[in-house]
Ligand binder design. Sequence first.
Ligand code: URA
Length: 225
Amino acid sequence: MEKLDWDAIEGVKLHLEYLKEMGIRDIVCSERWGHSISEKKAFTLKEIRDQLGDCKRCKLHRTRKTLVFGEGNEKAKLMLIGEGPGYDEDVQGRPFVGKAGQLLTNILHHIGLQRHEVYITNIIKCRPPNNRNPEPDEIESCRPFLLKQIEAIKPQLICALGTFSAQALLQTEAKITLLRGKFYDLSGIRIIPTYHPAYLLRNPEKKKEVWRDMKLIAKTLAGEL
Ligand code: URA
C-alpha cells in the first residue's frame, strides 16, 4: 500500500485555507484548460494573432467575414470572455460591439472601468452561422489560442460572460444561475462567471445580480477580496 505524504496533505490544507480567506469558495479542477496554463514565457498578443493568421482550422472560416481576435489592454487586470462573435462583431472585427456590447460597456463604467483598461475576447473567434451555439471541434480549435491570450495577459481576474463561456472555461455543465457570483480557480487565475449581457437585454430584472457580481469584481481588483 502507498504511504500517505502528510507534508503534502498539510500543504494542500494550508493552501485551501488561504483560498478560503481570499473568498474562493469553489474549486474546479479543470484539466483541459487549467493544466495548460503554463509558467513558461508567454507569446505577445501580436505573436498570437500572427499565429492564427487567416485561420482555417475549423469549418467556421467558410462562413465568417472577420476573425474576431479580441481587444483591449495587454496588461489588463480584468479579462472578459464571451461566447463568440455575433453579426456586428463579424462585420467590424471587434468583440462586443453590438447591443450586448453597448450594455457591457455600461456595466464596466458602473465599476469605473473603460473598455481600453480591460481585455475582451471570446471562447471562439469566428461567428457561427445564424449565431448557433459553437460546436466542440470549433472550441477545440480556438482553445490553444485563448489559453495563450490568458498567458500573455495574466489577468488578476477573468469574468466569464454567460453560460457558454462559464461552462467551457470551467469544464462543467452546471447552470449559470448556480455558477454566477462565485470565484473559481483556473491554474491560479480567479474566474467569476456572470450573466451574458445579451441575456440581460432579454431579462433586465437579472441586472441586479450582475451589479452584485460587478461589485465583487471591483473589490477583487482593489485588493479587498
Ligand atoms: N456575444 C458574445 O458572446 N461575444 C461577442 O463578441 C458579442 C456578443
